[in-house]
Write a protein that binds this ligand. Structure first.
Ligand code: NAP
Length: 407
């Protein structure tokens, strides 16, 4: 029998209208209905999708909302006259600052989610972290902030959730001193839609092809990152900061079935893995109920239908991106912010059909090698590195298109 929840937690969902955000709200609904938890949603933030935000606010009776696209604020105020609406680029940060909460689901996509996630950490909330960009670009800032505020960071990314579970990390800390000695962790990767494609096919892959992920249903940015394997690059850096592990203890392996979500090899050569269907509701729920496990609204694995689990090494010749993750771990400073922003700018350009698929990782790599790394002394350095990287990528795209039209 599920024990009755002791207290009601107050949750802010950042990026509530996205793939992780909507799944988070589905899980909250399930946990409340099944009385496995008592979670009041006290704040919701989105980029521009006012329609879904209004529906969510009505369903969960949320009075405090944030929308980055200020033109949508009036639509929300008209539909929900009693709501407090924060608007503009800092709306999500203001929401976190102003609304009394105990928990925050950080699920904004990209660098736009860094400042609000850091704010939630600063305020000592329990943060279920999907916005991996916070650790990629600003991981160095996060650890001292966690120590100062007493915030808890629970990973939602399925691979990191798997490792978190296998490490049996101490409930109060992501620090390394509470756990068994680790030989290495192994992050699994589906390999994406181009796992078996040759280099030439990948070079000119279309947007539709790149968005056709074989196992996971996710937002467009992370789906393209899976196709280039830049997602694993970001995840290697995320794991470095979450679990305090150097790059050489942080390995990658292709696992097309996406059933083994990652594993940990200990010094005694034992290996622990976490398995389950590819459904983000499982790690989202674990992050919300940690350290408890309660009945889930996701489908259980039907093991009798599984015919095998296969693994293969990453082909670093065809997929150049993951190596950049190890480079960023070595370099430190602002290099993670540069890589992340350059990739975001390149993915945006690909989705707008301004560059071929094959240029995405090249542009990120060029930005990383050409933009000088700065010591990471605060969020302003992250923001400046991000700006320089986006500018670099746009300049390179302009140069390349001028070269392309020359006879
Ligand atoms: N999807 C997955 O299965 C998955 C798995 C692991 C990790 N993650 C990570 O989770 C994060 C979210 O991914 P996703 O796939 O859920 O993305 P998504 O479906 O594209 O959703 C992104 C969310 O962020 C909001 N947003 C965008 N810019 C914003 C801004 N400036 N201020 C406030 N909100 C903003 C969007 O609002 P609008 O709808 O209004 O644009 C939307 O709610 C990413 O960091 C991703 O790497 C995702």
């Amino acid at each position: 029998m599920t024990p009755a929840p002791a207290t009601t937690r107050k949750l802010i969902v950042l990026g509530s209208t996205g793939s992780i955000g909507t799944n988070t709200l589905n899980v909250v609904d399930h946990l409340n209905r099944s009385a496995a938890a008592s979670i009041e949603v006290v704040g919701l933030a989105a980029g521009s999708n006012s329609k879904t935000l209004i529906e969510q606010a009505r369903w969960f009776k949320v009075k405090s909302l944030a929308i980055a696209d200020a033109t949508q604020a009036q639509v929300i105020r008209q539909a929900l006259p009693d709501a407090v609406v924060f608007a503009g680029p800092d709306a999500a940060v203001d929401l976190v600052k102003e609304v009394e909460a105990t928990d925050c689901a950080a699920a904004i996509v990209g660098a736009s989610g860094i400042a609000s996630t850091l704010q939630a950490i600063k305020q000592g909330l329990t943060v279920s972290l999907s916005n991996k960009e916070t650790l990629v670009a600003a991981g160095e800032l996060v650890r001292p902030m966690l120590q100062a505020s007493g915030a808890k960071l629970i990973p939602v990314d399925s691979e990191h959730s798997a490792i978190f579970q296998c490490l049996n990390t101490h409930p109060d800390s992501v620090q390394s001193n509470h756990r068994a000695p680790v030989k290495r962790i192994v992050l699994t990767a589906s390999g994406g839609p181009f796992r078996t494609a040759d280099k030439e096919t990948m070079q000119d892959a279309t947007v539709d092809q790149a968005l056709r992920h074989p196992t996971w249903s996710m937002g467009p940015k992370i789906t393209i990152d899976s196709a280039t394997m830049m997602n694993k690059t970001l995840e290697v850096i995320e794991a470095h900061w979450l679990f305090d592990l150097p790059g050489d203890k942080n390995a990658l392996l292709i696992h097309p079935e996406s059933v083994v979500h990652s594993f940990v090899e200990f010094t005694d050569n034992s290996t622990l893995a976490q398995l389950g269907p590819p459904d983000m509701r499982t790690p989202i729920q674990y992050a919300l109920t940690y350290p408890d496990r309660v009945g889930s609204c996701s489908d259980a694995m039907d093991w009798s239908t599984l015919r095998g689990l296969s693994f293969e090494p990453v082909d670093f010749e065809r997929f150049k991106a993951p190596r950049l993750g190890y480079q960023v771990i070595q370099t430190g400073g602002s290099s993670g912010a540069v890589l992340n922003a350059a990739n975001e700018a390149a993915v945006k350009a690909f989705l707008e059909r301004r560059i071929p698929f094959g240029r995405i990782v090249d542009l990120a790599e060029e930005a990383l090698s050409q933009i000088p790394t700065q010591p990471l002394d605060g969020l302003d350095t992250v923001i400046e590195a991000d700006r320089l990287a986006r500018e670099f990528v746009e300049d390179r795209i302009a140069e390349l298109s001028m070269t392309a039209v020359k006879p």
